[in-house]
Design a protein around this ligand. Structure first.
Ligand SMILES: Nc1ncnc2c1ncn2[C@@H]1O[C@H](COP(=O)(O)OP(=O)(O)O)[C@@H](O)[C@H]1O
Ligand SMILES: [Mg+2]
Ligand SMILES: [Zn+2]
Length: 509
């Protein structure tokens, strides 16, 4: 009789139940795993055999063993199947108590010495097990905090195979593990950075405030040392706290990426990711043999900062368009696709020319051709997804030496919160939450202009030669500026300010 040991597989962030069953019979000795295992699961064979032998647990070496992973239609990836595979074999061989295996999900990678190693994706697995009605989940000891974020399922942490078998056979008791979720939520907001540290740069700070309030993507251009990186790093500090559900969503992504620290199993601070410009396409958008989320998903609910924007490979930049448009990223695979969330705010920075000083110092010797080539690295369609473009100019001596502290992150965050509340109310029946999500038809509905305001925008368009594609961005940003003041009507000054946040358009690009 075969026994089914259950575990979880993952597709993107969603789990599916996998039943592992073994058949052992006399015949030519052998060991095979069937049911669409990928090569990492096939490698299990040697691990589980040696882990059992090194733990003084019998392994039916002289028998013919077939392990099946059901349902066979879904691909099984990664090492987390080790534990259910060995348990199914031991159950079929009569070495463990079959009754204790039901109602339980088992996850864990085995070391050759029988110890159990942590696996990635435990949180989505535990949430799936909870939703599917399982009573408990047996997890690697190092994953215990993460697993117990799924409130309502019993988490049993185990350290090695021997202990796991003893637990199943009732020879030892393992206390169900609980974690203090409250303390994780309270621990948040311990940012070491503050906008008060930034001297001068009032215009850039204001632009970043507007960007955060409407979740607009932003690009800053300016010479080296003007504080672009410094300011971008402070963006998460002016965004409202994540809700518990948002935290769980982010934590699931980090869990699948294998990036959860045991000390802070729940990610409660908004993500800030700043990959280097040499990053590969897969690392940016996700993918790989065992699919992992990329930087765009690790920045979900937070900020993706791309410093030295034009230095990124053209291919990587083009791949950003889809996640920026859809707020999620879809990765094609041999059999099907994987989708990860990627609802992020993009902050990019660039120098005005390859040397960095064009327009700011006569140090610059870059030729016009070189400068145009540098700026053209960012394609029009990509720039189209960036609502706000500003120049963060060089610092003058007066503002650098001033000891007057700038506006603090806490003050700015209060303003952002207020503006976002206005948007949440206005868009409660829409699929988007922020002004950045307004599409052309929705702009007509939500960004009505008076005759005066219309005339202003018309004048400027004709005079300064703004492109038509800028028109909607200006309205969206003006909407956010009005929302910061909790005004329903967009005023002339809102439009004028929004126009000033399109600096690339004005320089004729
Ligand atoms: N506006 C500013 N206020 C205070 N310090 C600044 C400012 N701008 C630059 N700095 C200092 O210069 C350093 C380099 O700035 P950085 O943000 O890296 O410039 P950029 O990214 O524009 O090249 C910062 O770490 C900070 O110490
Ligand atoms: Mg920098
Ligand atoms: Zn230059």
């Amino acid at each position: 009789m075969t026994v089914c040991v259950d575990c979880c597989g993952l597709n993107g962030l969603s789990g599916f139940t996998v039943g592992v069953e073994a058949d052992i019979r006399s015949g030519l000795p052998g060991f095979s795993i069937v049911g669409l295992p990928d090569s990492s699961v096939k490698e299990s064979k040697e691990r589980v055999r040696l882990a059992a032998l090194n733990s003084d647990i019998m392994f039916p070496d002289d028998k013919r063993i077939v392990v099946n992973l059901a349902p066979t239609g879904l691909k099984k990836e990664g090492p987390s199947y080790d534990l259910p595979i060995i348990l199914s074999i031991l159950a079929a061989a009569g070495a463990i108590n079959k009754a204790m295996v039901s109602d339980t999900v088992f996850e864990g990678e085995l070391s050759l010495d029988g110890s159990i190693r942590p696996v990635s994706g435990i949180l989505p697995m535990a949430l799936h097990a909870l939703k599917s009605g399982y009573k408990r989940i047996v997890v690697p000891y190092e994953n215990r905090n993460e697993a117990s974020l799924a409130e309502g399922i019993e988490v049993i942490p185990i350290e090695n195979l021997r202990q796991c078998c003893d637990y199943i056979n009732g020879k030892c008791h393992i206390e169900r593990y609980k974690t203090d979720i409250e303390s994780y939520m309270k621990k948040s907001r311990s940012y070491a950075l503050d906008f008060a540290d930034v001297k001068g740069q009032e215009n850039a700070k204001r632009a970043l405030l507007i960007a955060a309030a409407g979740m607009h993507n932003i690009i800053m251009s300016g010479p080296p040392g003007s504080g672009k990186t410094m300011m971008a790093k402070r963006l998460p500090t002016i965004m409202p706290d994540m809700t518990f559900d948002e935290s769980i969503e982010v934590t699931k992504i980090y869990s699948v990426a294998g990036l959860i620290k045991d000390s802070q199993a729940l990610i409660s601070d908004r993500p800030f990711r700043s990959p280097h410009h040499t990053i590969s396409n897969v690392a940016m958008v996700g993918g790989g043999r065992i699919p992992r989320p990329g930087e765009v998903s690790l920045a979900h609910n937070g900020v993706l900062f791309l410093d030295e924007f034009p230095e990124f490979s053209r291919y990587v930049l083009e791949e950003l368009r889809q996640p920026l448009e859809d707020s999620e990223v879809t990765i094609s695979r041999v059999n099907g696709t994987v989708t990860y969330p990627a609802n992020l705010m993009l902050a990019a920075s660039m120098n005005p020319c390859p040397c960095g000083y064009y327009g700011y110092s006569d140090k610059c010797r870059c030729s016009q051709n070189l400068i145009i080539k540098y700026r053209n690295k960012i394609s029009g369609p990509l720039l189209d997804r960036i609502d706000i473009q500003i120049e963060a100019g060089g610092l003058d001596y007066k503002s650098v030496s001033s000891d007057k502290p700038g506006e603090s992150s806490a003050e700015m965050r209060e303003k952002v919160k207020k503006a976002q509340l206005v948007q949440a109310r206005r868009y409660k029946d829409e699929v988007f939450n922020y002004n950045s999500g307004l599409t052309a038809s929705k702009i007509e509905k939500y960004c009505c202009l008076g005759a005066d305001e219309k005339r202003l925008i018309e004048n400027v368009f004709d005079k300064l030669g703004f492109s038509a594609r800028s028109y909607h961005k200006i309205l969206k940003v003006a909407r956010t500026i009005a929302d910061l003041e909790e005004r329903e009507n967009i005023s002339r000054s809102d439009i004028a300010e929004a126009l000033s946040l399109r600096s690339f358009d004005r320089s004729g690009e």
